[in-house]
Design a protein around this ligand. Structure first.
Ligand code: SF4
Length: 360
């Protein structure tokens, strides 16, 4: 697992954002330049003074955009150089309580929008930046303001924002119609076509009805949407119905991602009740994929190791897990399809991963 949080000691008093330069010279006034390094860490100097980082080499860190928090003696690698998997957490608050939530919400909110905006402005050219929470649109005005300012200054960038779409209203339509939002896609969870089942999974009464309103506003705005459905026992056999709903009502989406469960957060304690071993009953998933495809909805499988998917549906299974939290079983070394495969989450039970795989 690639560490995103590192120990750091800094001269500064307040948190600051900087881009680390281990080679060459400064390209920007916010860059920090390498002073010295060894196998255990590196020391950099920038306009906020000296700071020393433990647990990564200067080569590992070169080009990363980081947030240094002197009081906490921590450093967050917000945007890792050369990685296509950079996601910024804007809040840990949420107004839903999904049964399988991988990052259970907190009541407190640490407002870091200013710092995250500075980080985005230092991103590598053409970077796609993910935004997640919690629920980012609980701070909708701050979120949209940040996105608009960043994309105005850096039109080469784009954003993918995870949201439960509970907080869009008619007043947002004209704002979201602006051309700048063609560089924004919204990842929106939908778990069932049956309102009561969706509401039960997200732990909020009326969520499905509110979500339908959100979709209506997004359609009116011409927004780009990716639907996300996490596979859990309660919706496994409801997937064909959901496919019919998506094909009939939400054909405007760019993709529909059916996602295997993560063994973390709430799902960890409920694993035996929620996890569907798709190897033993793929039929509802296959029916959903087929129906979606026949109706021109681009369906895809996230977090499904390719060898665990029937051959007829294997091309739906894509390498979806971010590099920093992905692992493979030992037998995967001999697989010809590893580069196309999601593998497993770092926190997936290793004994299960080892018995699942059949190298292709
Ligand atoms: S053997 Fe490993 S790399 Fe190959 S498809 Fe299975 S999980 Fe993926």
């Amino acid at each position: 697992m690639i560490p995103l949080l590192l120990s750091a000691e800094a001269e500064a008093d307040a948190p600051f954002v900087t881009r680390l330069r281990a080679t060459g010279t400064s390209m920007h006034s916010a860059d920090a330049i390498l002073v010295e390094s060894d196998a255990l860490g590196a020391t950099f100097a920038g306009k906020s003074g000296l700071f020393a980082i433990d647990g990564a080499t200067a080569d590992d860190l070169d080009g990363d955009v980081v947030l240094v928090r002197p009081q906490a003696r921590r450093l967050e690698r917000l945007l890792r150089s050369g990685s296509p998997h950079n996601t910024l957490l804007v809040t840990e608050r949420c107004d839903q309580l999904c049964v399988m939530c991988s990052q259970p919400p907190k009541k407190t909110h640490d407002d870091r929008f200013d710092l995250l905006e500075q980080a985005c402005l230092l991103a590598e050219p053409d970077m796609l930046i993910g935004i997640s929470g919690g629920e980012p649109t609980l701070y909708k005005d701050q979120l949209l303001g940040m996105v608009e300012r960043v994309l105005t200054a850096r039109p080469d960038l784009s954003f993918h924002i995870l949201t439960n779409a509970q907080h869009f209203d008619a007043d947002d339509i004209s704002r979201l119609r602006a051309s700048i939002y063609r560089q924004v896609s919204w990842g929106i969870p939908l778990y069932a076509a049956e309102p009561a089942l969706h509401d039960e999974i997200v732990g909020k009464r009326g969520a499905f009805a509110r979500l339908e309103e959100g979709f209506a506003h997004l359609i009116m705005a011409g927004a780009r949407v990716e639907l996300r459905t996490v596979l859990v026992t309660p919706n496994h056999h409801a997937l064909p119905d959901l496919a019919r709903y998506v094909a009939a009502r939400l054909q405007f989406v760019e993709a529909w991602s059916i996602m295997q469960l993560e063994n973390i957060g709430f799902a960890k304690g409920r694993w035996s009740n929620l996890y569907v071993d798709h190897r033993t009953d793929f039929r509802p998933i296959g029916m959903a994929l087929t129906h979606a495809t026949l109706h021109n909805v681009r369906a895809q499988l996230f977090n499904f190791p390719r060898c665990t998917v029937p051959a007829d549906f294997r091309n739906y299974a894509i390498a979806s897990i971010s590099d920093w939290k992905r692992k493979f079983a030992s037998a995967c070394d001999e697989c010809r399809e590893q580069s196309q495969c999601s593998g497993f989450f770092e926190w997936h039970p290793s004994d299960h991963a080892e018995i699942c795989v059949e190298p292709l």
